[in-house]
Design a protein around this ligand. Structure first.
Ligand code: G2I
Length: 448
């Protein structure tokens, strides 16, 4: 909604002048952070996180201000979580998950099965022994994080580069072509509440590699192999630029009935060119209904695996780059250029009051044997919202294990810092995971 128009309406109509004007102005101010702006579009905005950097206050300050999804950059990989066969080590990954939960951020798990970053013992296995080790690894790790993961990269980078359109050769591939579907079925059994993704690079446009992934997803959907999402890493530079058919490629995967996500975005470059590329990628995601979020692969340029290419949204000092502003603007956010008047316009008691606007809430439930995820959509009424609270009793026997983008007090679910403001007619979503049976949930919404 147009800020000037909204303020004009408030100014002209004001009866309960001071209070209502204040709320209307705030409600319509564009979101000021990446996470908040993405949330207003029903998406998340995430970043890769390294556990050892959480004690850096510049790093964690940006993380907690801007992002509402995190991906452990290395801490959930096989070499980190099972350094010795059968002996699991979750310290660094748990640190990231705890930090995320304390800051209302969700977690993308990365990655359960991958040819790279395997512990030495797994690199030396083959055949049935390796297959069994992989299944055990997926089961153990997905069970450890059950209820805490929004989406798992179940299998990472399993297809070959180049024109062949086939699988990448690896020790896992040599255990049999069905290793990927076995990994997905195993992950579903361990954590039925997590979305299960296939994740890869050089699949961002239509090419032989993405065609091969497409055929696999189509095959999985037709045979009922559990797959919910496809991740497009989106590591771009001059040798691998943003493809012109990027959006079309996301859309064709979404049309197969999976969510799509941009999972490791970085774009080498600087200035306006880089900013325009980030805006293009962001707009492509927003244009695809099932593109549920964007994750950048690090916070500051100096945090990047490609640091010399300065491919991220913050410079080495933690200052916002042009690429940051372009991304925020593409998300519909940004600092308002016009500020509300400091003194309210003179009111006239003959004019009608501004309608309170209010909000409505609807819920969708994904129920499985023993648990469910409820996703609640909060839609703002005529005035937008500054804050909201949804009342939604759960049936007895349902126990909440996790929630995101909300704070809970008993049966009341309230906004967090970044999603209280919703423009008129727009919506945000929050969610919860619980054990038990959802039954019929009846949310009611109150706004201020
Ligand atoms: O390579 C970029 C990404 C491509 N897609 C999968 C991602 O998992 C991958 O991330 C990178 C991390 O950003 C790097 O940080 O994966 C690399 C390993 O494949 C990570 O690099 C490793 C170094 O190779 C290790 O020497 C180092 O011990 O990071 C480790 C932890 O700092």
């Amino acid at each position: 909604m147009d800020k000037k128009r909204k303020l004009g309406v408030a100014g002209a109509g004001a009866l309960a002048v001071v209070v209502t004007l204040g709320i209307a102005a705030t409600a319509d101010a564009a979101a000021a952070t990446l996470g908040a702006a993405a949330a207003e579009q029903g998406r998340y905005f995430g970043t890769a996180v390294a556990a050892y950097k959480l004690s850096d206050s510049v790093y964690s300050g940006i993380l907690d201000r801007e992002f509402n999804m995190v991906t452990p950059e290395n801490e959930m990989k096989w070499d980190a979580t099972e350094p010795t066969q059968g002996s699991f080590s979750y310290g660094s990954a748990d640190q990231i998950v705890s930090h995320a939960q304390a800051h209302n951020q969700r977690v993308r798990g990365h990655a359960l099965a991958w040819h790279s970053q395997q512990p030495g013992w797994a690199q030396n296995l083959s055949g049935t022994a390796l297959r069994n080790a992989m299944v055990n690894h997926v089961t153990q790790v997905a069970t450890h994080y059950k209820g805490k993961i929004y989406a798992w990269d179940v299998v990472n980078e399993a297809f070959a580069d180049g024109g062949g359109g086939g699988r990448r050769d690896s020790n896992l591939q040599r255990t049999g072509n069905d290793w990927i579907e076995v990994a997905f079925r195993t992950a579903r059994a361990a954590d039925p509440g997590a979305k299960l993704c296939y994740n890869d690079y050089n699949t961002d446009g239509q090419n032989a590699k993405s065609n091969a992934v497409y055929a696999m997803v189509q095959d999985f959907k037709s045979r009922g192999v559990p797959i919910d999402c496809v991740g497009f890493q989106s590591h771009f530079n001059s040798a691998s630029p943003v493809p012109s058919d990027y959006q079309a490629n996301l859309q064709r995967f979404a049309n197969l009935g999976v969510d799509v996500q941009i999972t490791e975005l970085d774009i080498e470059g600087s200035g306006t060119t880089q900013a325009n590329n980030f805006a293009t990628v962001t707009r492509a995601c927003l244009a695809v209904t099932r593109c549920t979020g964007i994750t950048v692969w690090g916070i500051r340029d100096s945090d990047s695996w490609r640091a010399s290419g300065t491919p991220l949204l913050f410079d080495g000092n933690g200052s916002k780059k042009a690429a940051y502003t372009a991304t925020l603007t593409a998300l519909g956010g940004g600092n308002p250029t016009s500020t509300p008047p400091s003194t309210p316009p003179v009111s006239s008691s003959s004019q009608p009051p501004i309608p309170s606007g209010g909000c409505t809430a609807t819920v969708s439930v994904n129920q499985w044997q023993g648990g469910f995820v409820a996703t609640v959509r909060v839609t703002a009424g005529a005035n937008g919202t500054n804050a909201w609270a949804v009342t939604m009793p759960l049936p007895s026997g349902a126990t909440v294990t996790n929630s995101w983008s909300t704070t809970r007090s008993g049966n009341t679910w309230s906004n967090v810092s970044y999603n209280g403001r919703i423009a008129a007619g727009q919506y945000t979503e929050f969610g919860l995971q619980a054990t038990g049976t959802a039954g019929t949930l009846s949310p009611t919404c109150a706004a201020s």
